[in-house]
Ligand binder design. Sequence first.
Ligand SMILES: C[S@@+](CC[C@H](N)C(=O)[O-])C[C@H]1O[C@@H](n2cnc3c(N)ncnc32)[C@H](O)[C@@H]1O
Length: 282
Amino acid sequence: MTLAEIKIETKQLLSKKIDAIELNSLLGMLIEEVTGWNRVQQVVEINTPLTEIQINKFTAYTQALLNDKPIQYILGKAWFMGLEYKVNEHVLIPRPETEELVEWVVDYVHIIAKPLQLLDIGTGSGCIAISLKKVLPECSVTAMDISVDALELAKKNATNLDATIEWIKQDIIHETTLAHSFDVMVSNPPYIPVREKINMEAKVKNYEPLIALFVPNEDPLVFYKAIAQVAKKYLAPKGQLFFEIHYDQGKAILQLLDEMHFHAEIRRDSFGKNRMIRASLK
Ligand SMILES: C[S@@+](CC[C@H](N)C(=O)[O-])C[C@H]1O[C@@H](n2cnc3c(N)ncnc32)[C@H](O)[C@@H]1O
């Protein structure tokens, strides 16, 4: 079977599920993974027959896409702020909105213009902590997660990307012992009320770790409350909290932070949605 034939067959299988432009790009990535050919080589080699091993691999990937598996989990990698991260079923796939949160933190640290102590709470793949360390090498970066599996992968990512991070396995809701105070605490915590699961895309709710996504309907701000409590104890004088938020929880989080004696401001993401909050103690 040639590359051309396999492309036609796969497009027929997937075209009802995935729109043409996205499908083209996904196929390009899968072919590159299977054959090692980049996009230009894929055009040159279009009539080359694939080996049986390559065809079997390609068929398995196509089946995974048909089952809604995100391409990042199929390939085992994702990109965040231009860097490649390993991802697996234990970590959230890094999102572009979160890059904007990192940029906000970086802008703040540049204004302060001093080496600061930074803490990333709920680090997952490590994308926030590692990006901060790469952009701000003079700062000390600590990253926390409750998940041992997530921390294991985050450590691999840090090693691959040559970033020195201090790791803590801790449950931010129930235990909050930190070795020292921090100038910046940043978090993209779980924030989707479980009731929204029914309307979510299968590729998110069936594959991404539930522990990274969902919060109880009756207490959707549980992580913001817990982190703000920790911040009261461990945020250095003039320290700042940075949060990613659910686009329709902005008002409620501002109110919560106000009640907990924080000044807070909200920021929209590039899609125009309320997506980030910065807060400091009054
Ligand atoms: C929305 S994901 C964010 C992952 C990553 N920071 C990112 O932005 O892509 C939330 C992370 O919080 C972690 N988490 C969930 N409950 C936690 C808890 N009680 N204490 C600490 N981390 C927790 C999850 O394991 C997950 O990695």
